[in-house]
Design a protein around this ligand. Structure first.
Ligand SMILES: Cc1cc2nc3c(=O)[nH]c(=O)nc-3n(C[C@H](O)[C@H](O)[C@H](O)COP(=O)(O)OP(=O)(O)OC[C@H]3O[C@@H](n4cnc5c(N)ncnc54)[C@H](O)[C@@H]3O)c2cc1C
Length: 416
């Protein structure tokens, strides 16, 4: 079957991988000159299989007003005359309760565990070069209340199959000595040995290299902007582009935050809004002063991953618009936080700043699966977990395209 994958981010690349392995004739269409150049480029690098709890949690709403008052806040809101922005905010607020948050967490764990298994199989069977490490992750908390609530969440997640351990301050520093400078700020931490990390962009380029070779090579159409989906009754007949129209037996939409612009005109309302985030990549100067395990600073909502000889630092969520333009003030805040938490770890005169648009849904669950069109599949809305969930989602759309039952239930992930 001829399958057209729209978008060459990490969701598109894993979809193309599993589709090609299933024997389909795959073309990937991308507006940029290469793969993984938008949100999948310099993300936090965390393969965060056990840390999937949604942003919309029960304790979040009271924190929002103080966050909005602070310049260095992890969350920033720039109101627009945009129905979809306000709808996102309203639906997000409605999702901020324990029942929804626990339901979302259990659904995401189902998908993330599936993705972990597939990622481990892929790492075993393919020659991927993306600074992949199985180094575990420590989330540290700066106040006793947040730590207590994290321990309660850990107990709940244990019942869902997560293997995690609560550590006191000394335990955190013993595990990650580079935290010694901020030991006095640590109330405790949760360690998850089974978390991985890697460079998402290099994962995408590795997949491209693999997919271009072999007995069933994938075609890549770069510099090609998809402008519309054309319907013919219950099917999508072709995708209009700035070049020639593309015909296929099946179309898989993996356009990240931009997906809505092609889906809305054909009557599909995926509840996605961009949450802009920022990252820094710094060359590590002093290996002993940089973290070896992945770290999350829960209070500041900043994640740290060691990728080869570089330190990747990511965080912040700006609810603003669809433009991935860098805000120097936000970058400065991140630089200050790294200098504070891991002083002397990296060369701060060679900082590579970046920002990207997380394709977020209010509840935090991606939208995967069939649509009202028999040959149109969605793999969108992965929010802050697109790298983590990429293998599972790519395999699911492949099974659906091939007429097979997916490996896990899609309850909670399909369009209403
Ligand atoms: C700061 C930050 C940190 C993050 N950290 C992590 C992390 O640690 N772990 C994790 O799992 N996730 C993380 N994420 C989330 C993750 O990066 C995203 O969920 C993921 O990259 C989304 O992948 P995607 O393929 O859906 O979208 P994208 O990577 O954006 O890919 C979509 C592609 O579609 C193309 N496209 C769009 N419109 C068109 C069109 N009309 N025609 C042709 N092509 C088009 C784009 O150019 C793009 O290449 C982070 C995100 C950010 C912003």
């Amino acid at each position: 079957m001829k399958v057209c994958v729209l978008g060459a981010g990490v969701a598109g690349m894993t979809s193309a991988y599993y589709l090609a392995r299933a024997g389909h004739d795959v073309t990937v269409v991308e507006r940029n000159a290469g793969v993984g150049l938008e949100t999948s480029y310099a993300n936090g690098g965390q393969l965060s299989y056990s840390y999937v709890a949604p942003l919309a949690g029960p304790g979040v709403l009271p924190k929002v007003p103080p966050w909005l008052m602070r310049r260095d806040s992890p969350l920033r809101f720039s109101p627009r005359l945009d129905f979809f922005q306000w709808r996102f905010c309203l639906q997000f607020m409605l999702a901020c309760n324990s029942a929804q948050s626990e339901l979302t967490t259990s659904r995401l764990l189902r998908l993330s565990f599936y993705s972990r298994q597939l990622m481990h199989e892929m790492v075993q069977s393919e020659q991927l070069a993306f600074d992949y490490v199985r180094n575990g992750k420590l989330v540290f908390y700066s106040d006793a209340t947040s730590f207590r609530s994290a321990v309660a969440t850990m107990e709940y997640q244990k019942s869902l199959g997560c293997e995690q351990e609560a550590l006191d301050r000394d335990g955190c520093v013993a595990l990650e000595p580079a935290l010694a400078h901020v030991a006095h700020e640590i109330a405790g931490g949760i360690y998850t040995p089974s978390e991985d990390a890697g460079d998402c962009y290099h994962f995408c380029t590795s997949l491209e290299r693999i997919l271009r070779t072999g007995s069933n090579p994938v075609s890549f159409e770069f510099d090609t902007q998809v402008t519309a989906l054309t319907r013919d009754g219950e099917r999508i007949s072709h995708a209009e582009t700035n070049r020639s129209p593309l015909e296929a037996d099946c179309f898989v939409v993996t356009l990240g935050a931009q997906s809505v612009f092609l889906l809305r005109p054909v009557g599909i309302d995926a509840p996605i809004y961009p949450l802009k985030g920022y990252s820094l990549t710094l060359p590590i100067d002093n290996a002993g002063a940089a973290p070896a395990v992945s770290i999350t600073d829960h209070k500041r909502k900043v994640v740290y991953a060691r990728l080869g000889d570089e330190l990747r630092v990511a965080g912040m969520a700006d609810i603003t618009n669809y433009r991935a333009d860098l805000d120097p003030a936000r970058i400065e805040v991140l630089v200050r936080q790294v200098k504070h938490t891991f002083p002397g770890s990296a060369n701060f005169s060679h900082v590579s700043p970046w920002c990207g648009l997380r394709p977020a849904t209010p509840r935090g669950t991606p939208v995967i699966g069939r649509t009202r069109y028999s040959n149109l599949l969605l793999n969108v809305g992965h929010g802050a977990l697109g790298f983590t969930l990429a293998c599972g989602c790519g395999k699911i759309v492949t099974d659906l395209a091939s007429g097979r039952e997916p490996g896990i239930s899609l309850d909670g992930f399909t369009l209403a």
